[in-house]
Design a protein around this ligand. Structure first.
Ligand SMILES: Cc1ncc(C[n+]2csc(CCOP(=O)(O)OP(=O)(O)O)c2C)c(N)n1
Ligand SMILES: [Mg+2]
Length: 628
């Protein structure tokens, strides 16, 4: 079974890979006479099958659980068919693969060994699952003969445990039988390309089936599915929705993460419906920031204007939202809503609230149909007083934010000197990102919450905030996506000190794979978001910081190729550092000490309810009483 360099198997692989490269793809190679019936290893068949679906890019940390697949990827890369980049941590590469699909729409696969590597990538795949991003994960798995425990398998006398574990998170397929590949890839294609509930698909690749020979029909390997947009078949519900909107005086649209990319249709519907638009952390930009009907984010963190619109609206139009606690105040954000129109492809999400008219289908298709109907019918309720009140609340929020942005450095206990408040520092970096046209990535914690309260985007696709899982370490790891993107865009990762240390591997991987971008570390020497919660709930902090001073600038500078800078303690010094960072042709790290403490100008506040800690009783009491 051993395959040595120069063996027949290797030679055949080289020949097939060369034919695919010369033709410009597998389909084209088949059209040009590449035999469709081949006998090859399961590993090669898998690479060919993925190629047919448009997967050419791999993030990998190999181990004894994936050497055979690694050999195929080596040969296919030598012939210019696939690209594989080696990474330093599986959580990091799972995030990078998620970001590659999310930011650039490009497919990829994560490859690990068996056991610990797989478990780490699996943990990281929570971000893909939580944000509905389709990615292939390929893990080494225990041998199928059961000749004895394999090192690093789950140590139990049971079969297929990695397959079962991964199936809980997404969908999975154990390639126990090599001929099952065709079925596995059909299921995988739908899972990772699902129009409204995509997620990770796990291929478990036993150590001994990887090199096993299999007869495959390359023409029969499933391609990427082409799916039509769906919308209600007749006009009954659309007319009903239009009538509800026409007679309501206070209408709010809650635009969830699903509205990303549907900017024009959401705007058209909002304008004709006279609706205030409340954004979710993941949908900033779906309506331009300065648009009079953009009320900014609403939810457990939220904003003055966003939460006002949520609480006061009589008719709620939910679009592309799955009602996460951050977005709907743990279910009690819509205190005056009498009815809901819910636009979603997913039946369960569309029916989350009671008193709902569900408009099932593609967001643009449904929103455009509804807008067209409203454009033709006369509205009975005057929406102007409502929109005027909303505009006033938005001005209040803008003034509130401005005071914080203009707050000079505050004296900080840890830093023993005045340092920038975090909202002011984030605003400076967000403005800089806009100036240079960079994509923004926000990590977890106060950095993330302040971030989505602050950003002023005019379209979706400028901010990536992983609010589905809030996975510390996502933002710097996401920069690695640019190493494999066809047209990389400069990125700025906004990280807390806590989050950065979860995944500092990007320092090495960015240099190795030529990433251009900046990581800004907002250092308050603690996990401040959690300290803040503890203080708000129990009046005192517990174990959310340490006393170890870390010189992040030196730490980053220790990696050759990284430009490490201090952002200093003033707005001006931070701006200068950002400019210098941007001029560097590679990865830069800017370290900014930020304030943590009781001064209310050091934070942006929370505006909604949340079902956690000692707030649960109040939130749940309200939830039980409300009908929605
Ligand atoms: C991997 C992971 N572990 C734990 C958490 C829970 N958590 C959310 S925010 C946070 C603290 C973040 O600290 P930092 O990155 O320094 O940002 P700060 O709040 O200080 O601005 C923690 C521990 C998480 N979201 N992800
Ligand atoms: Mg911190």
């Amino acid at each position: 079974m051993l395959t040595r360099a120069g063996s027949d198997t290797d030679r055949q692989m080289h020949e097939r890979a060369r034919a695919v490269a010369a033709a410009g793809g597998l389909e084209q190679a088949l059209a040009k006479g590449l035999p469709k019936l081949v006998e090859c290893t399961l590993s090669e068949a898998l690479v060919l099958g993925l190629l047919k679906q448009g997967v050419r890019k791999y993030f990998a940390i190999f181990g004894h659980g994936s050497t055979d697949l690694g050999n195929v990827l080596r040969i296919y890369e030598e012939e210019g068919v696939t690209r594989t980049i080696n990474c330093r941590n599986e959580v990091e590469m799972a995030h990078a693969a998620t970001a590659l699909r999310w930011q650039y729409g490009e497919l990829s696969a994560v490859v690990t060994s068996i056991g610990p590597g797989a478990m780490q990538a699996f943990a990281g795949s929570l971000a893909a699952a939580s944000n509905g991003v389709g990615v292939y994960h390929i893990y080494g798995d225990e041998t199928t003969f059961g000749e004895g425990y394999n090192m690093q398998q789950v140590p139990k006398e049971e079969q297929g445990l990695f397959g079962r574990m991964t199936a809980v998170m997404g969908q999975s397929y154990v390639l126990h039988t090599p001929e099952g590949l065709r079925d596995a890839l059909r299921r995988g294609a739908l899972c990772i390309n699902h129009p409204y509930r995509a997620g990770p698909f796990y291929l478990l690749l036993p150590l001994n089936t990887q090199p096993a020979k299999v007869s495959v029909n390359l023409a029969a390997l499933p391609a990427r599915p082409a799916l039509p947009k769906l919308a209600p078949a007749d006009d009954k519900e659309i007319e009903q929705a239009a009538a509800m909107i026409a007679r309501a005086a206070k209408v709010a649209i809650k635009a969830g993460g699903g509205t990303r990319g549907h900017d024009a249709s959401v705007r058209r519907l909002a304008e004709v419906a006279g609706a205030a638009v409340v954004l979710s952390p993941g949908s900033t930009g779906v309506l331009p920031d300065a648009h009079a009907q953009n009320m900014h984010v609403g939810g457990s963190k939220g904003s003055i204007s966003g939460n006002y619109a949520m609480a006061e609206a009589e008719l709620l139009i939910v679009i592309g939202s799955r009602a996460v606690c951050q977005a709907d105040c743990s279910g009690i954000g819509y205190k005056n809503a009498q009815a809901v129109i819910n636009v979603n492809g997913d039946l369960a999400d569309a029916l989350h609230y009671n008193r709902t008219l569900a408009l099932i289908g593609d967001i643009s298709a449904v929103a455009d149909r509804l807008a067209a109907k409203l454009e033709k019918c006369s509205t009975s309720a005057d929406k102007k007083p409502w929109l005027k009140a909303c505009v006033e609340k938005k001005a209040e929020w803008a003034a509130y934010k401005l005071r914080r942005f203009e707050t000079p450095p505050l004296r900080d206990e840890v830093w023993q000197k005045p340092v920038l408040p975090q909202p002011a520092a984030i605003k400076i970096v967000a403005d800089f990102a806009r100036e240079i046209g960079a994509a923004k990535f926000f990590d977890a914690g106060d950095v993330q919450a302040n971030g989505f309260q602050i950003v002023e985007d005019d379209r979706t696709g400028d901010t990536f905030t992983e609010s589905g899982a809030s996975y510390m370490g996502f933002a710097p790891s996401a920069l690695l996506a640019s190493a494999l993107a066809d047209k990389p865009r400069y990125g700025i990762a906004f990280c807390g000190d806590g989050s950065f240390m979860m995944n500092p591997q990007i320092l090495i991987d960015a240099v190795q794979h030529g990433v251009r971008g900046t990581i800004v570390i907002f250092d308050n020497r603690r996990m401040a978001a959690i300290t803040g919660l503890q203080v708000a709930q129990y009046k005192t902090e517990f174990r959310t910081n340490d006393h170890v001073a870390v010189d992040y600038q030196k730490l980053a500078a220790a990696v050759s190729g990284v430009m490490a800078l201090s952002g200093g303690n003033s707005a001006n010094s931070l701006r200068v550092a950002l400019e210098t960072a941007h001029r560097h042709d590679g990865l830069s790290v800017v370290h900014v000490p930020v304030y943590f403490g009781p001064d209310e100008l050091g934070g942006l506040g929370a505006w909604g309810e949340w079902n956690v800690g000692n707030w649960c009783e109040d939130v749940q009491t309200s939830w039980i009483r409300q009908d929605l």
